[in-house]
Design a protein around this ligand. Structure first.
Ligand SMILES: *Cc1c(COP(=O)(O)O)cnc(C)c1O
Length: 430
């Protein structure tokens, strides 16, 4: 499989080159040249397959030219070391819990897959890599954790000062070693802009930067696995299946749509957003007009110019009407989010985090009590990551997992940066 650059169709690269470059010429994202389909036998056997086998079969066509079978199986074994439970909430709605990894958010899978790919490439070629990653909350911890202690890699995590939760900040500022936390005076979009600009910066050529955001295909593609695993849990049904995904940079949902193109029988995808509602407005008015990013309680989705929407349009060959048959997008406020967390806790004794809650809301609105459809919403972060908000809202203390207790008492270390110029000065003095 080769990948082309969406902004420069003449730039065609292998999986390995796409991963190492992160982003192509003219800030273009890489995209698979053709979408593979899965053999009949895959669909006949999926109910009996382990997640690692599903992952192998789904990922192999995308990486086969760069990673041989045995190495890929090894990468997947090291990546998928925790469960992805599908939890029934009502008769026909299910939560797909993606937060059982080491940093308690779904980004662990993509980050670990990418880290393991880079280790494999690094071992082959003895290359040193510097990784840049912008985070709206969860990516930083997941990527930092995945690369911690890797001698061939230094990771710079750019995060918006004061706009991530207390636990998220501890997760990304206390790793130390080869992981550096850069505290940016600005929003996530500012962090993302600094990353994209840095990748093109002549003065940074020697750093050999790659990006570990979902613009990197090694972060983006493995997210397809979630949707196959979710499907496996309900594969016996004859009902239609709808999936709702809490969306920020739209990488996760774009992976879901790619899985659908590969033949996954999910009839509709809903991208649920918070007040950063560029895509819901775009689908309604056909004008792409990002507003300034606003801070919300679902902070990992505080993105107003989502990078991966370009990939979604590419997948649908720029045909908005075709896209809208498979895909819709709706926005919800913080007040609605808090209310639904409380309601679902009271009614079903299930505790949602603010991101998962938004996807639940969108699913409920879409299904409107339609009993003939199965709805799956993605629980993308552990509620404990938003401890204050959730506990105050449901009037109950959450139990604290060991991944969090181990952070308490550690000291935050960050490098404050005002703007791009300050970042550049810092980096060149390193
Ligand atoms: C990153 C994140 C999202 C948004 O995912 P995208 O792929 O950026 O759309 C949703 N929920 C949580 C908890 C996240 O960390």
């Amino acid at each position: 499989m080769q990948y082309y650059n969406i902004n420069d169709k003449n730039q065609i690269v292998s999986f390995e080159e796409a991963v190492l470059q992160g982003i192509g010429n003219q800030k273009g994202l890489f995209f698979p040249e053709k979408i593979p389909t899965l053999p009949e036998s895959f669909w006949e056997n999926i109910s009996d397959m382990e997640a690692t086998e599903i992952a192998f079969q789904v990922m192999q066509p995308y990486v086969a030219d760069s990673i041989p079978e045995k190495a890929l199986r090894d990468i997947i074994e090291k990546t998928l070391t925790f469960p992805f439970p599908v939890v029934p909430i009502t008769n026909n709605t299910f939560a797909l819990e993606l937060y059982h990894g080491p940093t308690l958010a779904f980004k662990d899978v993509g980050a670990r897959f990418m880290a393991n790919c880079l280790s494999y490439f690094g071992k082959q070629k003895k290359i040193k890599t510097n990784i840049l990653v912008a985070t709206s909350g969860d990516t930083g911890g997941a990527v930092g954790h995945s690369f911690l202690g890797n001698k061939d890699v230094t990771v710079y995590i750019l995060y918006p000062s004061g706009k991530v939760s207390a636990i998220q900040e501890l997760q990304l500022t206390t790793l130390g070693n080869n992981i550096k936390a850069i505290e940016v005076a600005g929003t996530f979009d500012d962090c993302q802009a600094i990353v994209k600009k840095s990748m093109e910066e002549e003065d940074f050529k020697a750093f050999n930067f790659t990006s570990a955001n979902s613009i990197n295909i090694a972060r983006w593609l493995p997210q397809m696995i979630y949707y196959f695993v979710a499907y496996k849990a309900v594969a016996q049904t004859s009902k239609k299946i709808v999936v709702s995904c809490p969306s920020g940079n739209f990488g996760n949902i774009c992976a879901g749509l790619l899985a659908k193109k590969m033949g996954l029988p999910i009839s509709h995808f809903i991208a649920a957003t918070n007040s950063n509602d560029t895509i819901p407005r775009f689908l309604k008015h056909k004008v792409y007009e990002p507003n300034p990013t606003v801070a919300t309680i679902s902070n990992a989705m505080d993105v107003s110019d989502p990078s991966n929407f370009i990939r979604i349009m590419e997948l649908y060959e720029q045909q908005l009407s075709a896209l809208q048959k498979d895909f819709s997008s709706v926005a919800y406020t913080d007040a609605q989010t808090l209310e639904i967390i409380q309601q679902v806790h009271q009614k079903y004794n299930y505790i949602m985090d603010p991101h998962g809650a938004i996807s639940y809301l969108a699913l409920e609105d879409y299904l409107q009590n339609d009993e003939d459809t199965i709805g799956i919403f993605l629980e993308t972060a552990h509620p404990i990551k938003f401890q204050d908000i959730v506990e105050k809202n449901i009037q109950k203390e959450l139990s604290i997992p060991k991944e969090v207790t181990s952070l308490f008492g550690k000291k935050k270390v960050s490098i404050p940066i005002q703007n791009y110029e300050a970042w550049k000065a810092f980096l060149l003095s390193e």
